[in-house]
Design a protein around this ligand. Structure first.
Ligand code: GUN
Length: 302
């Protein structure tokens, strides 16, 4: 049976460090770290995520400015808000929750955020810095879910050099940046996706498997080598029939936990694995940004 990786506990430890760093900046430089959180529309999952982000920020002594815009908001209005936040020297991080309504060009919005406040790490320049790696990484913001996944992996495995890592999924938010972080750790990295031939046997070569596809319980024991370390990024709500016959729902990952944990050596649960790490890393990036804006070195390196 696999060890269960406690992302909730590790995220709490990171948030405690973030709060310490934030408190230091407030007392020594009289700068209050501040995150602007922008939500457009009514996506129920997005509403939950931004609520959690704002709440956890406050617990780390990070101020927040919350903006809730109507589903029908046009692109010009959103870009104007971002320009205002770019020019507001009290704001250190700007987070625009994705996905955005279809009348809005996501790439245009992300690239309008000034690079130095792009705490999600989605701006083309931050993506480029991560892709180049090395010293360029020191100036970048790294996307929060891959960063959180990497911190968990390093905490669990230690040195990742020479490990075979397979990343399942090629999104800009998780799969691509995750693969670049693993390359930076000197892993041998393979990205697989919906068109990959014989995907299960490719995954079965991996010492480390990171799954981010948004398909409930897709990866099971057949996909895994004995002793693999499994990081499940998926958060999927699926319908269930309860014991009393009534209809309900539950949250599952992209990995079939019961099956995979028979073969893996370590595995993240859903919920309580990567999810809390994403928010902790967003807060960490925000405080890092506030330090950089104050002309100071980053308080922590990854
Ligand atoms: N939607 C899903 N994940 C993320 C994330 O990490 N940041 C933002 N802004 N939106 C998301």
């Amino acid at each position: 049976m696999a060890d269960i990786i406690d992302g909730k506990a590790f995220a709490a430890k990171i948030r405690a460090e973030v709060k310490e760093d934030s408190d230091k900046l407030i007392s020594q430089k009289q700068v209050d770290p501040c995150l602007a959180v922008v939500l457009v529309g009514e996506n129920p999952a997005s509403k939950v995520y931004v609520g959690q982000k704002s709440k956890m920020a406050k617990e780390c002594n990070i101020k927040t400015k919350d903006y809730k815009l109507d589903e029908s908001t046009d692109q010009k209005t959103l870009l104007k808000l971002i320009e205002d936040l770019n020019n507001d020297s009290t704001v250190h991080g700007i987070l625009v929750q994705l996905p955005l309504p279809k009348q809005i060009d996501e790439r245009k919005v992300i690239d309008t955020i000034v690079v130095e406040k792009d705490v999600d790490g989605f701006h083309a320049i931050n993506a480029g810095r991560l892709s180049i790696g090395g010293d360029m990484l020191k100036r970048a913001f790294i996307p929060c879910t891959p960063l959180g996944s990497l911190l968990l992996l390093k905490d669990q495995v230690g040195d990742l050099r020479g490990k075979n890592a397979v990343v399942v999924g090629r999104s800009n938010i998780v799969g691509k940046p995750m693969s670049q972080l693993l390359i930076e750790e000197s892993c041998t990295v393979t990205i697989v996706h919906s068109k990959t031939k014989d995907i299960e046997s490719v995954c079965a070569q991996a010492d480390v498997v990171v799954v981010a596809v948004g398909r409930p319980e897709m990866v099971d024991a057949k996909w895994l080598k004995e002793g693999a370390v499994v990081i499940d990024v998926g958060i999927n709500r699926i319908p269930v029939t309860k014991e009393d016959g009534s209809e309900g729902s539950k949250i599952v990952g992209d990995v079939d936990f019961a099956s995979a944990s028979e073969k893996a050596s370590k595995i993240t649960p859903v919920p309580g694995g990567v999810g809390p790490m994403t928010i902790a890393c967003l807060l960490r990036n925000t405080v890092t940004s506030a330090y950089r804006h104050a002309g100071l070195n980053d308080p922590r390196s990854h």
